[in-house]
Design a protein around this ligand. Structure first.
Ligand SMILES: [Zn+2]
Length: 292
């Protein structure tokens, strides 16, 4: 229903700005009155304007009053609005999964592309975006040169501030901030090292994300590996079954969203470096999974 509500919000907005549209040439570009949303998707490569705005409604207004605009992407967390010259129907190959972003166009069938289906691995994950856990800005983020073909699992016990556990978003967010502070201020890195971190609250905290090279497994692997850390110490205990499920689902989400090679290699940190990470029990567990 969120999608429909969004549509009605835009509908109301179009009515409100109807006069503006009329004055500026509604006849040239009759933008549909109702816009349909696909959650966790963006149309990529056809953006002609990109700017921060307060809400998806403002983004929709900006699209309505620009006659070049045929669809738009809006990121709810970064509040970045992207106006597009094309639609997903015209360019289905670049209509890609993008967590945290929503795509709108005037095509009713776009609803079918919303990723509410529980079968879709990403939809079953609760992501906490960087702005939500209070991340500092990264310095010099460097894009992954190719689709990563490794997933490297860590526990945070090896991290100076990571031997504890957290079971709620506020305490896990505080741990994320402390990891980042340590990695930036003490290690001298550009950002928190991990690409993703899974908390005892069963949420996925976005570190460097899918597309930025991390600092977690050394120079031979960082540029080709997604580093996923599970908060805690797994030498003598395992993460609970839900956390393990979230870890597997996150990797499946990477494949489904095109951010991780379908033939990726799953490894523990100790498989590629001289370390006990990710703990004896967690390491033994991931060895039983496919892709190891
Ligand atoms: Zn590690």
């Amino acid at each position: 229903m969120a999608k429909l509500t969004s549509g009605f919000e835009i509908f109301g907005l179009v009515l409100f700005f109807g006069m503006v549209i009329f004055v500026f040439g509604h006849q040239c570009n009759p933008l549909p009155k109702t816009m349909y949303a696909a959650e966790n998707r963006t149309l990529q490569g056809y953006t002609f304007a990109r700017r921060p705005v307060r809400s998806r409604v403002i983004c929709g207004r900006d699209c309505s009053i620009d006659k070049r605009c045929k669809s738009f992407n809006f990121n709810d967390c970064s509040k970045i609005c992207e106006l597009n010259l094309a639609t997903r129907q015209e360019h289905p190959k670049v209509f890609n999964a993008t967590l945290g972003s929503v795509y709108f166009d005037g095509d009713e069938d776009t609803l079918l592309y919303s990723l509410a289906d529980k079968a879709y691995a990403c939809a079953g994950l609760t992501l906490v975006e960087r702005c939500e856990w209070g991340a500092r800005k990264p310095r010099f983020p460097k894009a992954m040169p190719d689709t990563p073909d490794h997933c490297i699992v860590h526990h945070t016990a090896g991290h100076s501030t990571g031997s504890g556990q957290c079971y709620a978003q506020d305490t896990c967010s505080a741990m994320m901030r402390s990891f980042q502070n340590y990695d930036v201020d003490t290690n001298g890195w550009n950002d928190i090292g991990y690409n993703f971190v899974i908390g005892g609250d069963e949420r996925v905290y976005v570190g460097r994300g899918w597309n930025v090279i991390g600092a977690h497994a050394g120079p031979s692997y960082n540029h080709r590996a997604i580093g996923i850390a599970v908060i805690g110490n797994y030498k003598n205990v395992l993460p609970n079954s839900t956390v393990l499920d979230v870890l597997q689902r996150l990797m499946a989400c990477g494949v489904e969203s095109g951010n991780l090679s379908p033939s990726y290699f799953l490894r523990g940190h100790r498989d590629v470096r001289n370390t006990t990470c990710p703990g004896d029990l967690l390491h033994a567990k991931i060895k039983t999974w496919s892709h190891y």
